[in-house]
Design a protein around this ligand. Sequence first.
Ligand code: FES
Length: 126
Amino acid sequence: MATLSLPDMPQFPMPPMTATPSSGIRLTKEHFLIAVPVAVIAAAGGFLVSHYLSRRSCKKVKVNTSISKDSPKVVHSFDMEDIGTKAVYCRCWKSKKFPYCDGAHAKHNEETGDNVGPLIIKKKDA
Ligand code: FES
């Protein structure tokens, strides 16, 4: 009976096995000493840039666009005795009857998605 034998395979020198990440990239202590400060500086820089840009894009908007604009401050004062049984005051600054509510807040809420409404003052039995 004839026997077959495999030819001799060439032997290549193998490097010693080391613990490396699955990507095959070997990270050393020196890599971390550089990578960590770079990552921290990049994160801090990103935060500062985003904070700066968000503050620039937040434009301050006036609430009062039409009422007594020639006055430095819009103030109304009422005596409790004069209110009667019920008074409805505007808080959206859109009423044509300001300081009283005329229902303009409904249109404002519909257009903007806001949820403002009037201040209602009434006697308990009203
Ligand atoms: S109109 Fe302004 S709260 Fe009603």
